[in-house]
Design a protein around this ligand. Structure first.
Ligand SMILES: Cc1cc2nc3c(=O)[nH]c(=O)nc-3n(C[C@H](O)[C@H](O)[C@H](O)COP(=O)(O)OP(=O)(O)OC[C@H]3O[C@@H](n4cnc5c(N)ncnc54)[C@H](O)[C@@H]3O)c2cc1C
Length: 395
């Protein structure tokens, strides 16, 4: 029989998993998390200076972490989309936003279009070695004069017999210096509007592919970010990825997965920053008591926890719809907008709670703030997300 004691006692410590996850996801979480903590996290500080090494891809390929939701026939693990969420969440344990981003570009941005739109030959040539960690990928959308406005792409691919000749440039390309190939957005017919785009799979060692500057940035220091030039790069006609002329729609599809996985990383990163700061607030004393005992600090935690939980529910519910075959662009945009804002707000508040220590590298929260700040810009800015959401109501 239920008693007041059993029914009304708040269960703050409940570890019940969210309904989208199963025991297998828990096991996967455990194995990725322990790998990240043992093999990646110890290098986090060093890689902030040097960028992370390529062996990370090889090692993660060996462990099967680069193809969690790809079919086994391509070397993947045959899991569902939620496995990718688990990876994005567990990668935050590396204490390196740049590392998590470099891996996510490979697993959730550059390779999904190859699986969905690629020919069997392209899958064998690029996807299979990418899943093994033998080939590293990058994604080239942004150009010096075309970021939010993808339709303003100037990189041209012109047909010449059995080949295409590519000219143009791409900027801010994550993994651009280390990549073996790029999924490249080009215009094949400048007069055809949105129907004039095509994607190409381009080997980065081809003549005319120039890796220009390694760009210096505010955060995400462990990742490499490249300015790339393409000068008369010749690729065979079979290098087209997906349908000729449909590249704009293909890349818009890609961006949905990129945004959702980014949102999952934001929630997990914010939670981690929250947890570390909570420990700090229990230990740090001022005016004779732990700072967490001041109501103003307690309320900061309450605000942060509420925001993180709301963002998490948005991400999980949207992922559930995505996994069930829906294409919830509005909700993905909302989740991306909200989760990235929450991550930046939480990191900022965590610095405040740390006081001067928050400004010091030693405590790690300043890095979270610098890393997280990118999420309000990359993969579509806040302003673009708001526009996508607003337009979805027919205005
Ligand atoms: C560290 C880093 C890594 C990145 N990695 C990659 C990568 O791997 N591959 C890749 O292709 N790109 C990458 N990007 C690029 C990123 O996606 C773009 O920076 C982003 O889409 C914004 O484009 P932009 O920088 O050209 O800004 P702009 O488009 O020039 O925007 C400038 C400002 O104008 C606002 N704005 C623009 N249009 C509108 C509008 N219609 N309404 C209201 N406001 C508007 C924007 O919101 C923003 O505030 C990366 C960027 C960074 C910083």
């Amino acid at each position: 029989m239920a008693t007041t004691d059993t029914v009304l006692r708040p269960d703050h410590a409940s570890r019940r998993r969210h309904f989208i996850f199963t025991e297998e996801h828990d096991q996967l979480r455990e194995s990725i998390g322990s790998f990240v903590e043992k093999e990646l996290q110890p290098h986090a500080q060093e890689w902030e200076e040097s960028t992370f090494p390529n062996w990370v891809f090889q090692r993660m390929g060996e462990l099967g972490f680069l193809g969690l939701s790809y079919p086994e026939e391509y070397g993947g693990q045959g899991g569902d989309y939620y496995c990718n969420l688990v990876l994005a969440e567990e990668m935050t344990k590396s204490n390196s936003g740049g590392l998590a981003m470099g891996v996510a570009v490979h697993t959730d941005m550059a390779t999904p279009p190859i699986f969905l739109f690629g020919t069997e030959e392209q899958r064998q040539r690029y996807l299979v070695p990418a899943i093994k960690g033998e080939k590293i990928s990058c994604l080239g959308i942004t150009e010096p004069d075309a970021g939010s406005d993808v339709a303003g792409t100037k990189t041209r691919a012109v047909r010449d017999g059995d080949e295409y000749v590519i000219n143009g440039s791409k900027t801010y390309i994550t993994n651009g210096h280390r990549a073996d190939f790029i999924v490249l957005v080009t215009k094949t017919d400048p007069d055809a509007g949105y129907d004039g785009f095509s994607l190409f799979l381009v080997d980065m060692d081809l003549p005319g592919v120039i890796r220009e500057k390694k760009l210096e940035k505010l955060g995400m220091h462990a990742s490499d970010t490249a300015l790339l030039a393409f000068q008369d790069v010749r690729v065979p006609a079979e290098a087209i990825l997906g349908q000729e002329g449909k590249g704009f729609y293909h890349i818009m599809w890609e961006l949905q997965g990129e945004r959702l996985i980014g949102a999952a990383g934001c929630v997990a990163g914010a939670q981690r920053c929250f947890d570390r700061t909570l420990e700090f607030a229990k230990e740090r004393t001022a005016f004779g008591r732990p700072i967490g005992r001041f109501q103003v600090i307690r309320h900061k935690f309450a605000e942060m926890a509420t925001k993180i939980e709301a963002a998490r529910q948005m991400v999980y519910t949207t992922a559930w719809r995505f996994e069930h075959g829906e294409y919830p662009v509005r909700e993905i945009s909302m989740a991306k907008l909200h989760a990235s804002r929450v991550a930046v707000e939480v990191a900022d508040e965590c610095i405040q709670i740390h006081g001067g220590a928050g400004y010091m590298k030693e405590y790690g929260v300043e890095r979270v703030w610098r890393d997280m700040r990118l999420n309000r810009i990359g993969a579509g800015t806040d302003e673009i997300m708001l526009d996508v959401i607003g337009r979805s109501y027919g205005i």
